[in-house]
Structures are given as C-alpha cells and as structure tokens.
Design a binder for this molecule. Structure first.
Ligand code: GTP
Ligand code: SPV
Ligand code: MN
Length: 606
C-alpha cells in the first residue's frame, strides 16, 4: 500500500494532466519485466534475440532522430539566469512550466502511465536518493530496472511524509483512438525538452525515449540535480568511473576518473591489465557520488546498478569484461541484427556478417555505405553480471579514493599523463579539460570543446560556482586529498593513428599513478605539471620507438600557448563567478611557459 502523500497527490495530478488509458505502479519483479518485454515484442518495438547465443536479451531500434542526448534541448530552469551560468541553457522556471504543461496535456492518451520508484545508490545508504519517474515508455521501465534499484523495495522505503525527487517523463506521442502505434514513438526535435529545476529538485522531460534524455535517474538526477544538491550539502556528484586497482603485493587503490561521454570510462572501469600481477575491479563506470568520510578521506559510491555502455568498439580485445557481462539479460539499442538473431556492431572483433538488418531497420551487407550500428548504439546490462565487479561496489560507505584522473580526446598537445602540482592546480586542469565531441550527443562530432571535469552537459548550476566547490572540497580534504592526474589516451601521429595502444595497456599508466601515490622518486616537475621521465613508465613490448615515447610526453610549446588562449576565452565566458584562484593558476602556467630564457620543458620550474 502506497501511503506517501506527496507521491499519491503527484501521480493523480500527472494522470489528470496527461490522461493515460491506465496507470501501472511498477514493482520491479521478474514477471512484470517479462510481461513488458512480451508486450513490446508483440507490438513490434522489440526483437527477442537468439536464446542460445543471447539468453534474455532484446534488441530495440530507436527513431533515427532520437539516438542520443540532446544538449541543445536540455535546460536548467531557475529563477535567475546567473544561477544556471553561461555553460547551461537557462530557461525561466515559470515560462518553461507553462510551455511544457501545454505539451503534457493529454500526451499519454492511449498509453499506460508507469510509476517507477527508484533509488540512486544502495537502498537505505546515507548518500542514496530516492526518485520516482513517471513515464509512458515501457522501454524506460525495463531500462530503469537494470540501471537503478527499482520497484517495491524502493516504495517500501517511502513513509507517509518522506521526500523523493519527482521525475516526469513522456515520449510526447499520444496514441489517439484508431491510430496505429510506431516502433519508437517520440516527438520531433524542436518539441523535445529535458528540463531540470535544481531549486525545486525536480525533472521534466518530454519528447525523447533515448538514454540520458529518458532514463531520468542517470544524468538528470544523479548528475544535474545531484550536483546542485551536493554543492549545497558539501559533497560531490561527478561524471566519473570508479575502479579498484590491486598491485602484485596485494595493495588496493581506488581511482576515480572523469572523461567526457564516449571517451573511455566504461573501458577503463573494467579493463584487463596487460602488466603481470596487477588486477582491476569495477565499482562504477559513469557516475560517482563522493563525500568526506569520518577519517577525512574522500569516499565514492556508484549510484547506478547497471551499465549503459557504448557498443561500437566494444570487443574481446578492447573490453573483454564488458563483452562477457552483456551475453545475457541485456538490452541492446541500435545495433545490427544478424540473420541468426544475434547482434553485431563495428569493431566488435568479429567479421561483419554477410547480411543483416541495420539500426534503422534496413537490409545491410558489408558493401553498404552506412554503418550497421549507430555510433551511439548502447547496451544496458546489470552491473552484477560483470565478472570483475568489486566486492565493495554496493558498500553504503563507499570506497576511499586515492587518485582522481581527468582526461579527454586530444589528438595533440596533451601528454599521456601529467600530474597536478597540487590540488588547486588539479582543479585548474579539470576546469580546462578539452575533448573532441562524440556521438553521445546529437550534434557535430570530432570538434574540440572545453568540457570541464567532463561535466559541461551535466552540471546543474553555474560552472564558476562548481569550480569554487571543487576548491572548497580540496580545502576540507587538506593533505588527505587524492592526487590529481590528467591523462590522454588519444594522441595521434601524423598519419592520424592513435600513438598509445590504450585499453588494457592503460594499466601501465595506472601503475605509475600508484607509484607516485607511494611517493616513489619518479617524474619531474615541468612548466605544465609533473611528467614521467623516460623509463618511468614501462613501455616494454609495445613496439614504440624512443622518439614515439618522447612524443607522448613532449611539451609542444606552441600547442600549449594556443591551449592557454583557448582556456582564457573559456574562462571569459564563465564570467565573474570564475574563482580568482583558477585565473591565478592559468596566469602561473602562462608565466612558466613564457618566462624569458625558459624553454618550458627543462624542469626549471619557471
Ligand atoms: P559514456 O557512456 O558516453 O559516458 O562513455 P564512456 O566514457 O564510458 O566511453 P567508453 O568506455 O564507452 O568508450 C567510448 C569509445 O572510446 C569506444 O569506442 C572505445 O572503443 C573508445 N576507447 C575507450 N578507451 C580507449 C583507449 O584507451 N584508447 C582508444 N584509442 N580508444 C578508447
Ligand atoms: C553519456 O552521454 O555520458 C552517457 C550516455 O553516459 S547517456 O546516458 O545517454 O547520457
Ligand atoms: Mn556518461
């Protein structure tokens, strides 16, 4: 029996507005899940995959206009524009409520309205947050069941007066009397709205059924709303993987890493180290909620319960642990369907099938000039199916973080690994993160943009205030603060090939990180940070020439000066809420690089 007053009133209010044909309170059971899947197969929106090859797996194809997050239609609604800041699409709360209320009016006609109670974070953990998503998409229900703790267990946590975060979602495609449904109903791009109300702790999403636009526990709640809450309450909500790295002596280090969307978090989070004696276990692959523990250290919890991972590029070579985790009970979206009802995607490490059905539902052969899978095709799989999931992944207290990595896709200038001189220099590095854009957002791909802390699309408030929050957290952490490193697996040579082999070989860099944590006499201070000396990172067996290795760490002075100009422009955009200490870090970097007589890479520290 549901007795939460706020929830009962809200469900009634939404039903009155959206006019669904029925309301279903989701309990999260296996039977309920199977019923929904059967319904979707029957309706032609899902394909059951080959039960021998992929037991319990289903394929969905989205509408070609609804294939990724839509940053251009994602809003932060607040009373004052300056509280959303220059990097967010701001919209006046009252205005957007009026616009969206009109869209929501009757938008669930002919459809079932699902009420989905969910918990971000282990149920009952002090850091966890309860949300309730109302959605007219059964695809959202089955995905939320994997990505969050969901259903009756969560409802049982809500007493008469307890609070939760209301997340309203509609695909924006009512099914009127006599109308035939389509496989992936959604609204046209110009009427999609993904709106966040950080002041009220509320989310309204309309018009899209895909990923972060629709699975509202993920980017909307666990990052945009949570980041605003975290600032107010003194913790951090970050776009970070969390991994456990154990060295041959058996010592474990927990590392968190922020890379922009489709820049390698899932891959690093469950990587198979190539160096003997080292192992990696996964705590989370996308989001970290971090707070300071009783011992003064930073502790991280993965608020999610599943992986919503990029399929293309995932192979037994690049990410064997993900491949093994997605063989059963997995939802595939926008990959290619083989004639034997199994799936395939580009760079899966398996020859392309001679024939299949592509992500748009068309006949496909290797001669096609189109890709079989969409570049942002995804798998949704339970984290518990990952054979390298860390034993502490559901620990309500979280895991103690020893190092934080930032990174992005940078074809030039940025070295393989660069350690911050101190916390504030690390905050500067995070704030200045740049990366090539990817297919995770609808828009141009491969354009370098500033994506501070990999949070450009996910920070729910003014970016200047967010930078300041990082500085404040460092002050509270003091000498217990994790060390900060900037990494770049994506530097390219003149022919456009990645120089660094990446994936499991990134363990070589992680090893160096732990050795630096232990205070080993490695690396040297340069104008841009602490760089490894030749030989500090073991590159044996990689077949890299000495010149290539030097290239990975070379300080390209011209490149760095251009970088500084670009950071200056970005900081100017942030405006007067940019912390003075970050401007000072930028000025110091410029001084060190341009000081008369300094070559900028001699380690003279100028
Ligand atoms: P989101 O789920 O969008 O947040 O992405 P993510 O950060 O988890 O990225 P993911 O690990 O899924 O990687 C995205 C793409 O980057 C895939 O195509 C990978 O093959 C590629 N990639 C990941 N790690 C490496 C690496 O070390 N080197 C190279 N060259 N490519 C990588
Ligand atoms: C990302 O884009 O960073 C993702 C995928 O993790 S989505 O859930 O669609 O945001
Ligand atoms: Mn992500």
């Amino acid at each position: 029996m549901v007795n939460n007053k706020k929830l009962l009133a809200w469900v009634e209010e939404v039903a009155t507005l959206t006019k669904p044909k029925e309301i279903q309170w989701v309990d999260g059971s296996l039977e309920e899940n199977q019923k929904l899947l059967d319904l979707m197969v029957e309706a032609g929106s899902a394909t059951k995959l080959n039960e021998t090859e992929k037991p319990g797996c289903y394929l969905f194809r989205s509408h070609p206009s609804d294939v990724a997050r839509v940053e251009g239609r994602t809003y932060i609604a607040s009373k004052k524009q300056e509280d959303a800041g220059a990097t967010n699409n701001w919209i006046d709360s009252l205005e957007i409520k009026e616009t969206m209320t009109k869209l929501y009016n009757g938008c669930m006609e002919g459809r079932t309205m699902y009420v989905i109670p969910f918990s971000m974070g282990p149920i009952g953990a002090p850091i966890s947050k309860i949300g309730v998503e109302i959605s007219d998409s059964p695809y959202v229900v089955i995905n939320m069941r994997i990505m969050t703790r969901m259903g009756k267990v969560v409802l049982d946590q809500l007493s008469e007066d307890s609070d939760f975060i209301p997340c309203l979602h509609s695909i924006g495609s009512p099914l009127r009397e006599g109308e035939k449904d389509v496989a992936w109903p959604c609204a046209p791009i110009e009427s999609k709205y993904i709106t966040h109300f950080p002041e009220e702790r509320m989310i309204w999403s309309y018009g899209s059924g895909y990923g972060g636009n629709a699975l509202l526990g993920k980017k909307c709640l666990a990052l945009r709303i949570a980041s605003a809450q975290a600032k107010d309450e003194g913790w951090m909500a970050e776009h970070m993987l969390i991994l456990a790295l154990t060295n041959p002596e058996g010592k474990t280090y927990y590392v968190a890493a922020a890379f922009p969307s489709a820049c390698g978090k899932t891959n690093l989070a469950m990587m198979q180290p190539t160096i003997p004696g080292w192992s990696v276990k996964c705590v989370g692959d996308d989001i970290a909620w971090m707070r300071i523990g009783d011992d003064g250290r930073l502790y991280a919890v993965n608020p999610e319960a599943g992986f919503f991972g990029v399929a293309p590029g995932t192979s037994m070579d690049s990410n064997p642990n993900a491949m093994k985790a997605i063989q059963k009970n997995t939802i595939y979206t926008n990959v290619l369907l083989k004639d034997n009802n199994d799936v395939w995607w580009e760079e899966m490490g398996e020859d392309a099938p001679s024939h299949g059905i592509d992500w748009e539902g068309n006949e496909w052969t290797p001669a096609s000039d189109k890709k079989g899978a969409h570049p942002n095709a995804r798998f949704t799989a339970p984290a518990s199916q990952c054979s390298v999931i860390d034993e502490n992944w559901e620990n309500p207290a979280g895991v103690p973080i020893s190092a934080i990595l930032f990174g992005g896709r940078r074809p030039s200038t940025i070295p393989l690994v660069n350690e911050a001189l101190n916390w504030n220099h690390g905050v500067f590095m995070g704030s200045a993160t740049g990366s090539e854009t990817t297919a995770a957002n609808i828009g141009a791909v491969g354009v370098i943009r500033r994506d501070p802390f990999a949070m450009l699309p996910f920070c729910g408030y003014n970016m200047g205030d967010y930078f300041n929050h990082w500085i404040n957290m460092g002050e509270k952490l003091g000498d217990k603060a994790p060390k900060i490193f900037f990494v770049n697996w994506f530097r390219k040579d003149n022919s456009g090939k990645f120089i660094w082999p990446g994936f499991g070989e990134n363990s070589r860099v992680l090893k160096y990180v732990t050795e630096r944590i232990e205070g080993k006499n490695l690396g040297e201070e340069t104008a841009i940070g602490i760089l490894p000396k030749l030989g500090d990172i073991d590159v044996n067996g990689l077949g890299l020439s000495e010149a290539t290795v030097e290239d990975l760490f070379a300080i390209d002075k011209e490149g760095w000066l251009a970088e500084i100009t670009s950071i200056e422009e970005f900081y100017a955009k942030i405006g007067d809420r940019l912390p003075a200490r970050l401007q000072a870090e930028l000025d110091k970097l410029k001084d060190r690089l341009t000081d008369n007589g300094s070559c900028g890479c001699c380690g003279c520290g100028k």
